[in-house]
Design a binder for this molecule. Structure first.
Ligand SMILES: [Zn+2]
Length: 624
């Protein structure tokens, strides 16, 4: 009896122990991360770019002088012009001093010229400068006192001009060879009004280079003495920065997969203006290693069955000596859209990383409503962040910080040597707080816009809050070609190739996005595209090119006369490690020092590899 009672007692104890253990394990699953994570510190916003005149000082004669004409009390800053000139690799400085500006051969007046900008004697100084062989590029000249210099009789302000076409021939239009470049859209007619433009009516001698749809001149040029002026009837603020912040009035003609250079044409005009009039010019090329363009390869991995096919893409890319960046959805919750699948993917992710692919974050719940999410607190962590998609574009418990930070925490904690710095939003939906959330969470790069939508095929610094005042530290690499638009990527390879060639003509970049949900059709299509790429168009994963672009953007350089008349000295100073930096010269180069090499056409100098914070001096001998 006693033994029987004893054994029942033991059985009961065992049952209780099992129940407790099971309950503990279940609770444990909900409250304690079963997986290793890596804490993401919350950083302050850097506010690096405070005073443009001290950020871009006068250093050498070849620099374009940007005369910042806005009164001190105005909030209008030269950021649009900074974007344009930096992206094009054109040397420039910013000043408020007309006398200092006129010591240089090329002068840009920004953002406008009205009756208060210049005193009479300054206007005279400016005119004399042009008569003596100076070149001025201005926008929105309103002041009657300079009508004769700029060659207009009057101007008509309007907010109802939706198109613009380039007309005639001029060296500043030398890059505008395609129909999509000869005509651009300023905004969609579904808006009753867009931004202000000023249509000029020409005076004697001036020539229209672009006309608005009402026939008034949008860009005009006037020869005065030995110099020349150009005058633009709209602001780079509206056609460059507004587009890049995606605050344009839907000026794009397509959303994706087409060539849309609506913002780029203005950058290309400034580049051509510089190359035409700066004499023996040199420019920091946009592409590395003397290439014309680079195709950046990426895959979005955002479904439970999207992981295995990744390996097929790796295989075909390896065969073409290429690699790619995989943007990973780190789905660890079940919701209305899908079950959790991050845990099952780890082995493949580690294999991808170990094999030389690079990884970025593609958020956690991949919500179509991401662009409407609140920023959040910045304290979101795997232990406390429980977002859930509720339907088509609704979610609960989700924030921008949460999607950005917790996905990084998981990837960095789970994948050896992973430091996630690249982000792509689900459905390419971009909340205005994304640059801040990324910067403060230690990211460096984003690829959440399409190139067509932002009308830009060059990477750029994304302004904070997608605004106009200040750049974040995040660089944007907009998607050029994707796989989902009907009739599907496999049938659109020739179209993709044409867009890539159009961008290569401008030395712009291309971003390819192929979802890895299947590889039987898409992998051969990608292989087909890679095989047809011309030799001088490079292939790269997104991360390595982005690191190049960031280092290029943060490079400081000077070009000064050498000891002999045909020699120049290039001095560079890096902030980041970088390989393949290229300078383009008007005159052919016959000799370089300092470990630099020459391209086959002798116009490009490719610099040696640099480390963090390195300076180098390179002697360059020019041919006649
Ligand atoms: Zn996606």
């Amino acid at each position: 009896m006693e033994t029987k009672w004893k054994s029942s007692f033991i059985v009961a104890l065992l049952v209780i122990a099992l129940v407790v253990l099971f309950a503990w394990r279940t609770i444990g699953k909900r409250t304690t991360p079963p997986f290793e994570t890596k804490a993401v510190p919350l950083l302050p916003i850097s506010h690096e770019h405070v005073d443009p005149t001290s950020e871009f000082p006068d250093r050498f004669p070849l620099q374009i002088a940007v005369l910042w004409t806005a009164p001190d009390t105005s909030s209008e800053n030269p950021l649009p012009l900074v974007h344009a000139l930096k992206e094009m690799g054109i040397p420039f400085f910013i000043t408020r001093d007309l006398g200092q500006a006129l010591k240089h051969r090329l002068v840009i007046l920004y953002p406008s010229v009205d009756a208060r900008t210049f005193k009479q004697d300054q206007a005279k100084q400016l005119t004399t400068f042009v008569q003596n062989g100076g070149y001025v590029f201005a926008q929105n000249v309103f002041w009657g006192g300079l009508r004769d210099l700029f060659g207009f009789r009057e101007f008509q302000p309007s907010r109802k001009r939706y198109h613009l076409a380039f007309v005639g021939q001029d060296p500043v239009m030398k890059y505008l060879n395609r129909p999509e470049e000869r005509e651009v859209r300023l905004g969609s007619e579904s808006y009753s009004e867009i931004f202000w433009s000023n249509g000029y009516v020409l005076g004697g001698g001036a020539m229209a280079l672009a006309r608005f749809d009402d026939g008034t001149a949008a860009l005009l040029t006037n020869m005065v003495g030995r110099g020349r002026v150009y005058c633009l009837g709209l602001s780079l603020f509206d056609v460059v920065l507004r587009s890049q912040s995606n605050r344009d009035f839907e000026a794009e003609r397509h959303y994706v997969n087409s060539f849309e250079p609506g913002a780029d044409v203005w950058l290309l005009i400034l580049r051509a203006w510089y190359e035409t009039y700066a004499g023996d010019w040199a420019r920091l090329a946009t592409m590395p290693n003397g290439q014309r363009s680079v195709l950046l390869l990426s895959h979005d991995v955002d479904w439970q069955n999207s992981f295995v096919p990744c390996l097929d893409f790796v295989r075909i890319e390896k065969a073409s000596e290429a690699s790619s960046t995989f943007f990973i959805q780190t789905k660890y919750v079940d919701d209305a859209n899908s079950k959790a699948f991050f845990w099952q993917s780890l082995e493949i992710l580690r294999e991808l990383k170990g094999g030389g692919s690079t990884l970025g974050s593609h958020s956690i719940i991949h919500s179509r409503g991401f662009n409407k999410f609140d920023l959040g607190s910045g304290r979101e962590a795997y232990a406390n962040y429980q977002p859930r998609g509720l339907g088509f574009d609704t979610a609960s418990g989700a924030t921008v910080f949460g999607e950005v930070r917790v996905s990084k925490e998981l990837l960095d904690g789970q994948i050896p040597d992973q430091n996630t710095v690249f982000f792509r939003a689900g459905h390419l939906r971009v909340p205005p707080s994304l640059p801040e959330a990324l910067e403060r969470s230690g990211y460096e790069f984003d690829s959440s816009f399409t190139a067509d939508d932002v009308l830009s095929n060059f990477p750029y610094a994304v302004p904070l809050n997608l605004g106009f005042d200040e750049d974040s530290r995040i660089y944007e690499f907009p998607v050029t070609v994707e796989d989902e638009e009907p009739p599907g990527f496999a049938k659109r390879v020739p179209q993709a190739l044409d867009v890539i060639l159009a961008n290569a003509e401008n030395e712009a970049v291309n971003v390819l996005l192929v979802h890895s949900n299947e590889s039987t059709q898409k992998a051969p299509a990608e292989q087909d595209l890679l095989r047809q790429l011309p030799e001088d168009i490079g292939k790269s994963d997104m991360l390595h090119f982005a690191q190049f672009w960031k280092a290029r953007d943060r490079l400081t350089w000077t070009l000064t006369p050498g000891s002999k008349s045909n020699e120049v000295v290039l001095a560079v100073s890096t902030k980041d490690p970088v390989e393949g930096l290229t300078f383009e010269f008007r005159r052919p180069v016959s000799r370089v020092s300092g470990g630099a090499t020459l391209s086959s056409n002798n116009h490009r100098v490719i610099l040696p590899e640099f480390n963090y914070g390195q300076t180098a001096v390179i002697d360059i001998r020019l041919s006649h």
